[in-house]
Design a protein around this ligand. Structure first.
Ligand code: S3P
Length: 432
């Protein structure tokens, strides 16, 4: 559980400098998981040391995986092979992390032992039926609270069959849970999704030597696979960079260079959105690292205009909508976000949370069932707002506060440690 803290943010003149954002959260989880399931040693650099990823790391250590810190940026993981995990002696605590709980459900559903997954007060409210359903269809024995929909979950693993599954939601956590179960079972497992969600699992499983096929509309794996220990370099998290992209655009006179950011096309929707709004963002020095595309992003303050966002763009920017709503509040005209009902089941209901917090600061923002409508250009004032314990809400409000006319007190900001432990230090550093 994160620490309770508050932060006060005041208006700033311009933001300048170079920033290295921490490692990608999604890729860090997968690096720990796949290295643990691989045969042999893996060396992981650039891993995010946020609370979510530490939950994943502790869970695998509790199942017998040996992990050694080398220097301040390398983790050496001795994989146990797919059949080598040990039954954990105690409940596995996923903390605030949906990725830990849902992907682990897929992994554990195929392991021949008993395990229990729980999480913090926020995670225990989030929908787990979306992974329990298909995993149960594969033959898993999973029980959860609230009619098998919520954590804590108990899993009696083993005895699975492959599946062909049409997911009703574009969710990388659902897709990954099924592929991770399927890869441990004899036969072909296929997941179809309504729009392409992030494909880090598919890319990294291939990088570790598994035959996983991505196709238009889904992904497929034929099990059982063997994974082989690798060296993984985790790129910076575009979802963390997003706060500085928006800050750099809305604070007049700013110029920021965000170094080493992952720009996987299934994640780079935020760049497309902000460019469509008129933002000057240039990807420089594009390259590929451990199977993922990476670039440095140069952002300069720009006048923004409102746009409409829906469809396939939504899963490509799903974690960025809190900060997109901040950009929209400073844009000229109306921004409409649709097809984004998933925002209601994130770490908190992010539609309600952004309407509440930005509304309190004077923005014209209204909730839609599946998104929001923001009329930009109303000056923001100071005020007292709450993060609802959600890291991305806390950081989005901090960005908005850089351009508010009065002091903004944000309550419950310790949650930023979930994904971005040094957010406040970096923000201070570029304010000069
Ligand atoms: C994630 C997938 C997304 C995203 C989350 C991380 C992942 O969730 O919002 O922050 O690492 O697979 P959904 O699968 O629920 O869309």
């Amino acid at each position: 559980m994160h620490k309770y803290e508050t932060r006060t943010i005041i208006q700033t003149n311009s933001l300048r400098g170079e920033i290295v954002v921490p490692g990608d959260k999604s890729i860090s989880h997968r690096a720990i998981m796949f290295a643990s399931l691989a045969e042999g040693e893996s060396r992981v650099r650039g891993l995010l040391r946020g609370e979510d990823c530490l939950s994943t790391l502790k869970a695998f250590q509790a199942m017998g995986v040996a992990v050694e810190e080398k220097g301040d940026d390398e983790l050496i993981i001795q994989g146990r092979g797919i059949g080598g995990l040990l039954e954990p002696e105690d409940v596995l605590d996923c903390g605030n992390s949906g990725t830990t709980m849902r992907l682990m459900s897929g992994i554990l559903a195929a392991q021949p032992f008993y395990s229990v997954l729980t999480g913090d007060q926020y995670l225990r409210k989030r929908p787990m039926g979306r992974v329990i359903g298909p995993l149960t269809e594969m033959g898993a024995k999973i029980l959860g609270r609230d009619g098998n929909k919520k954590a804590p979950l108990t899993i009696e693993g083993g005895g699975l069959q492959p599946i062909e599954y049409r997911s009703p939601v574009a969710s990388a956590q659902v897709k990954s849970a099924i592929l991770l179960a399927g890869m441990q079972v004899e036969g072909t497992t296929t997941v179809y999704e309504p729009h392409l969600s992030r494909d880090h699992s598919e890319r990294m499983l291939r990088y570790f030597g598994a035959k996983v096929k991505s196709f238009d509309g889904g992904a497929r794996v034929t099990g059982p696979v063997a994974l082989h220990g690798r060296e993984v370099i985790v790129p910076g998290d575009i979802s963390s960079a997003a706060f500085f992209l928006v800050a750099g655009l809305i604070v007049p006179g700013s110029e920021l260079l965000l170094k080493n950011v992952g720009i996987n096309p299934t994640r780079s929707g935020i760049i497309d959105i902000l460019q469509q709004m008129g933002g000057s963002i240039k990807p420089l020095n594009q390259r590929e690292v451990s199977g993922e595309p990476v670039a440095d992003l140069l952002v300069k303050s720009s006048p923004l205009k409102g746009i409409e966002i829906s469809g396939e763009l939504v899963p490509r920017a799903i974690d960025e909508f809190p900060v997109v709503s901040v950009a929209a509040a400073f844009a000229e005209g109306e921004t409409i976000i649709r097809d984004a009902k998933e925002l209601r089941v994130k770490e908190t209901d992010r539609i309600a949370a952004m309407c509440d917090t930005l509304g309190k600061l004077g923005a014209q923002i209204e909730p839609l069932e599946d998104g929001m409508r923001v009329i930009g250009g109303k000056p923001l004032t100071g005020g007292i707002v709450n993060s609802f314990g959600d890291h991305r809400i806390a950081m989005s409000i901090a960005v908005a506060a850089l351009c508010a006319s009065g002091e903004v007190l944000i309550e419950d900001t310790g949650c930023t440690a979930t994904s971005f432990p040094n957010f406040w230090e970096l923000l201070n550093a570029i304010r000069g």
